[in-house]
Design a protein around this ligand. Structure first.
Ligand SMILES: CC(C)(COP(=O)(O)OP(=O)(O)OC[C@H]1O[C@@H](n2cnc3c(N)ncnc32)[C@H](O)[C@@H]1OP(=O)(O)O)[C@@H](O)C(=O)NCCC(=O)NCCS
Length: 177
């Protein structure tokens, strides 16, 4: 096992002054995540889950919150003491990882998604994951922009595949202080 979850912590001030803490997801986050999902806009929910679902089963919550941080990496972004975003990368059979992101509507477009992406890319690189895949709807401009700085391998049936840089310092142009 290459890494503890220590590399999944960040304390960052974004350009507009928003202070964000990133940390590994915890089982005890479920209640807050559940509440967050219920107030997510229909648009964001659809872009994330590709469906109108506003609740998940107990089994699904457990799958999403009890993770090993090796083959299933998951982090939350905390703003003002509340969870404002979640990102995960789940290794699939061929060693690539499927990624998914969601940021609370009220803090979108301020850099939280970019911060979560960078944490995931760093974590993936440290764990020897070389490829990330994201199932992205055609109209999802923010998610496409989030992936744009990474080297594109291809896109098929809405699944965008990008390469994880070996040295993640080479590509990050972070909007953070
Ligand atoms: C995709 C998502 C996670 C991005 O989070 P975010 O915190 O808004 O992202 P950022 O503020 O870091 O912006 C990332 C990029 O998207 C762009 N962007 C953000 N919102 C945008 C919008 N509404 N329209 C166009 N571009 C947008 C930003 O300008 C930035 O691009 P740049 O780096 O080229 O300037 C967020 O929009 C979200 O939760 N969407 C709903 C769920 C979803 O689509 N999940 C992805 C499925 S895998």
């Amino acid at each position: 096992m290459c890494c503890m979850a220590d590399d999944l912590h960040r304390h960052v001030t974004l350009r507009d002054g928003l202070v964000v803490d990133v940390r590994p997801i915890e089982e005890t986050d479920e209640a807050e995540l559940r509440a967050g999902l219920s107030i997510l806009s229909p648009q964001s929910r659809y872009l994330r889950f590709h469906s109108e679902r506003s609740s998940l089963t107990a089994e699904e919550w457990r799958y999403l919150t009890v993770v090993d941080q090796q083959r299933h990496i998951a982090v939350v972004a905390v703003v003002d003491g509340r969870i404002a975003g979640v990102a995960r990368a789940i290794v699939v059979d061929d060693g690539a990882a499927e990624v998914a992101f969601v940021v609370a509507d009220e803090v979108q477009r301020r850099g939280v998604g970019t911060l979560l992406r960078d944490v995931l890319v760093d974590a993936a690189a440290a764990r020897g994951i070389r490829t990330l895949r994201a199932n992205v709807l055609a109209q999802n401009a923010p998610m496409r922009r989030l992936l744009a700085p990474l080297e594109r391998i291809g896109e098929r049936d809405g699944v965008i595949e990008v390469r994880v840089p070996r040295d993640t310092r080479e590509w990050q142009g972070l909007p953070f202080t």
